[in-house]
Design a protein around this ligand. Structure first.
Ligand code: GLN
Length: 450
C-alpha cells in the first residue's frame, strides 16, 4: 500500500484518482497482516485495488464523475465490492471516469480528463479511463470498472491491460450507479487474465438485491480449460480488411489470426449483416434508459442543488431545471435529451420500439453465429488512443470508437480485451474475444494462451 501511495503521488498529472483512501488502506493492510498471521486471510488478501467512481462504497463519497452528486456519500456498499472486501481486498481509492459512465475518452468528467500513461497527450479511453490507467501505471494491482458499451474493454485496449466484461446478469448491479440498466455490467481491469478471472469469480453470483442477476453457478474462471479439440473461431472480416481501421491494428489482428491457425484452430472470417445498426441501436436504447435512470437527480434528493433559485417562491420546476442544467455536463444533457426524445409519445414506436426489435435481430444473428463458432475475434477498437480534444467537437466520431465493443452489450454476451502489441509509436493495441453467455472461463482460458 505504501508503494502504491508513493506511485499515486508521483503520477498525479495522470488525474487517475478522484479520492485516495490513504489512511484507511494502510489500516486495512494492517488488519490483513494480522489475519494472514492468524491463517485466516481471505482469497484476495494483499490485493490492492481501485474502484470506478460509479460504485457505492458505504461511508465514502461517490460522484459518478458529476457535479450533480456534490457532497454525496454512499449509503451502502455495492454487492460486488462487498464480496471483494469479504475476501480481504484493500481499496486504495476511487477512480476518475466519464460522467455517469457516458463517454469513450474520459473527457466528460467533471473532475477533468485522465491522461494515458503511454503518452499523456492522449486519452486513456472511457468511460473507465481512470481505472485502466491505474493498472497501466502501476497505481494499484487491479481496478473494478463498469461496461455498458465497452467502458472496461476499450480503455483496457488503449492502455495495454486486460478488461473483462462478463455476461449480463453475471454480477449483481446492486450499488452500481445506473447508466443503461439492460446493458450495464461490472467488470475487472487487470494486468493479466488470471487476476481478472479471480476478481470476477468472487464478484459474480446470485444476489437478492438485483432481480436480473443469474442464478447459474459460478465456476473457477482462472482454472477453466479449453476443449481438447481444435477451436472454431470466427473473426470480423471488417476488423482486418476495412480501411476504416487503423493499419497497425489490422496487421496486429491478422498476426493473431495466423498464430491461431498455426496452432491448429479453425479461424474463419464472418460478416455481421447488422453491423451498421449496432451503434444506432445501442445509442437509442442506452440514451432512453439513461433519461429515465437519471430523472432521480432532481436537486432535491441528492447532491447538487442550484443556489440561484429563490426557494421561498416554492417554484419546484425552476429548482429542478436549474439544478439539472448546472449539475449535469454537456454530454449527459445531450443523452438525456436524445433519450427523452426517443421515448416521447409521438416517436416512441419509430425509435424505441424499432431499436428493441433490431436488438432482438442482432441477438438472433449472434446466436446463430455461435451455433457454429466457439469465439468471435476482432480488434477491440478501430484506432489506438487518440489525442485529447481530437474528437470532443464531434460526438458521432466519438461514438464510432465503440463499433466493436457494443455488440457484446447489445446481446449480453461476455467479452474480454487483451493486449495485442503496440503500433509504431508505442501505443497499445487491444484484441477482443467474445464467447456465448456464461462462458467466461473459456474466454479466460483462450486469453491466457494469447
Ligand atoms: N462509450 C460508450 C458510451 O459512451 C460506452 C460507455 C460505457 O460502456 N459505459 O456509451
Amino acid at each position: 500500500v505504501e508503494q502504491y501511495l508513493v506511485r499515486i503521488d508521483e503520477h498525479q498529472y495522470l488525474n487517475v484518482f478522484t479520492e485516495v483512501y490513504a489512511d484507511e488502506a494502510l489500516q486495512q493492510a494492517d488488519a490483513v497482516d494480522q489475519k494472514l498471521a492468524a491463517g485466516q486471510a481471505g482469497r484476495l488478501a494483499g490485493m490492492v485495488i481501485g474502484i470506478k467512481d460509479v460504485l457505492n462504497y458505504t461511508g465514502h463519497g461517490v460522484r459518478a464523475g458529476s457535479r450533480i452528486l456534490d457532497n454525496f456519500t454512499a449509503q451502502f456498499t455495492a454487492t460486488a465490492i462487498q464480496r471483494l472486501l469479504d475476501e480481504d481486498v484493500i481499496i486504495i481509492g476511487r477512480q476518475n471516469c466519464d460522467e455517469f459512465a457516458m463517454g469513450s475518452s474520459n473527457e466528460n468528467s467533471a473532475f477533468g480528463p485522465v491522461r494515458n500513461a503511454a503518452d499523456p497527450s492522449r486519452v486513456p479511453g472511457g468511460s473507465s479511463g481512470g481505472s485502466a490507467v491505474a493498472v497501466q501505471a502501476g497505481l494499484c494491482l487491479a481496478s473494478i470498472g463498469s461496461d455498458t458499451g465497452g467502458s472496461v474493454r476499450q480503455p483496457a485496449a488503449f492502455c495495454g491491460v486486460v478488461g473483462l466484461k462478463p455476461t449480463y446478469g453475471r454480477v449483481s448491479r446492486w450499488g452500481l450507479i445506473a447508466y443503461a440498466s439492460s446493458f450495464d455490467c461490472i467488470g475487472p481491469i487487470a494486468n493479466n487474465a488470471e487476476d481478472a478471472a479471480l476478481l470476477l469469480e468472487i464478484m459474480a453470483g446470485p444476489d437478492d438485491f438485483d432481480s436480473t442477476v443469474s442464478s447459474q453457478p459460478v465456476s473457477a474462471y482462472a482454472q477453466a480449460t479449453l476443449p481438447e479439440r481444435p477451436l472454431r473461431i470466427a473473426y470480423l472480416r471488417d476488423g482486418v480488411e476495412s480501411t476504416g481501421i487503423d493499419e497497425s491494428i489490422r496487421k496486429a489482428t491478422q498476426r493473431k489470426i495466423d498464430e491461431l491457425r498455426a496452432a491448429g484452430h479453425v479461424v474463419e472470417p464472418v460478416d455481421i449483416s447488422l453491423l451498421t445498426y449496432l451503434l444506432p441501436t445501442y445509442y437509442i436504447l442506452t440514451t432512453a434508459e439513461a433519461s429515465s435512470n437519471l430523472s432521480r437527480f432532481d436537486g432535491v434528493r441528492y447532491g447538487y442543488r442550484s443556489v440561484s433559485v429563490d426557494t421561498s417562491a416554492l417554484d419546484l420546476l425552476t429548482l429542478y431545471k436549474k439544478s439539472r442544467t448546472e449539475g449535469f455536463g454537456a454530454e449527459v444533457r445531450r443523452r438525456i435529451l436524445l433519450g427523452t426524445f426517443a421515448l416521447s409519445a409521438s416517436y416512441y414506436d419509430a425509435y424505441y420500439t424499432k431499436a428493441q426489435q433490431v436488438r432482438r435481430l442482432i441477438r438472433q444473428e449472434t446466436e446463430r453465429l455461435f451455433e457454429q463458432y466457439d469465439f468471435l475475434l476482432s480488434p477491440t477498437t478501430p484506432t489506438p488512443a487518440f489525442k485529447l480534444g481530437e474528437k470532443t467537437d464531434d460526438p458521432l466520431q466519438m461514438y464510432l470508437a465503440d463499433i466493436f465493443t457494443v455488440q457484446a452489450n447489445v446481446v449480453g454476451y461476455p467479452a474480454i480485451s487483451i493486449p495485442n502489441g503496440t503500433d509504431a509509436e508505442g501505443l497499445p493495441i487491444g484484441l477482443q474475444l467474445m464467447a456465448p453467455p456464461f462462458k467466461e472461463g473459456k474466454l479466460v482460458a483462450l486469453a491466457k494462451t494469447l
